[in-house]
Design a protein around this ligand. Structure first.
Ligand code: FE2
Ligand code: FE2
Length: 191
């Protein structure tokens, strides 16, 4: 796999890990095995908001998709769909935050709506990431030229990633969440 695609894939893995943790947390709350820790829920939502918005989507929109647009007409409908998803990201995360707020204020009776919103969010993210990996990656491997890869990789080195460099704050946020989250999600105190 090209280095640039591997970087995007690693960011998908980081995001998927957090979404998986959030899913386990809401399932734990539903079963009464875990308590609703709103500090933890808020930190998880912050991560799944900021990592894509600040670190990940710019790599896709401004570099990978931008280059692929010029090389492959077949990719255009998929790129349009994925960019539309990115534009809806803000509204989707606000809906998730709003559902968490209603749950925090309303208690148990408001949990099912929050649970449903979390599952819906995760489902949409999975679809989106799968389309990137299974539709865009193969077209990029096939159609992008050496000069495209060189330009994309140079930009990615300069762009933040979730674990290193100027974006180390996302690594710190990730660690904070791992330390707050109860086992088996993280290393925090029991649920
Ligand atoms: Fe994307
Ligand atoms: Fe992505």
């Amino acid at each position: 796999m090209k280095k640039a695609l591997r970087i995007i894939h690693e960011e998908h893995r980081a995001l998927a890990a957090m979404l998986g943790g959030l899913r386990q947390l809401v399932e734990g709350i539903e079963k009464g095995r875990m308590k609703a820790d709103f500090g933890l829920i808020g930190a998880m939502i912050e991560y799944i908001d900021k990592l894509p918005e600040k670190v990940h989507h710019p790599k896709e929109n401004d570099y990978l998709f931008a280059r692929l647009r010029t090389r492959c007409a077949e990719a255009l409908p998929v790129i349009e769909r994925l960019e539309a998803d990115h534009r809806r990201g803000e509204a989707r995360i606000r809906a998730l935050e709003a559902a968490a707020d209603v749950f925090r204020q309303g208690g148990e009776i408001a949990f099912p709506a929050f649970h449903a919103e979390v599952l819906r969010y995760i489902e949409e993210e999975w679809k989106h990431m799968n389309a990137e990996e299974h539709e865009i990656f193969p077209l990029a491997e096939k159609h992008l030229q050496d000069e495209d890869w060189a330009a994309i990789e140079a930009a990615f080195v300069a762009n933040d990633n979730p674990w290193e460099g100027a974006a180390g704050e996302y690594a710190q946020l990730f660690s904070k969440i791992v330390n707050l989250a109860p086992p088996p999600i993280g290393l925090g105190p029991g649920g």
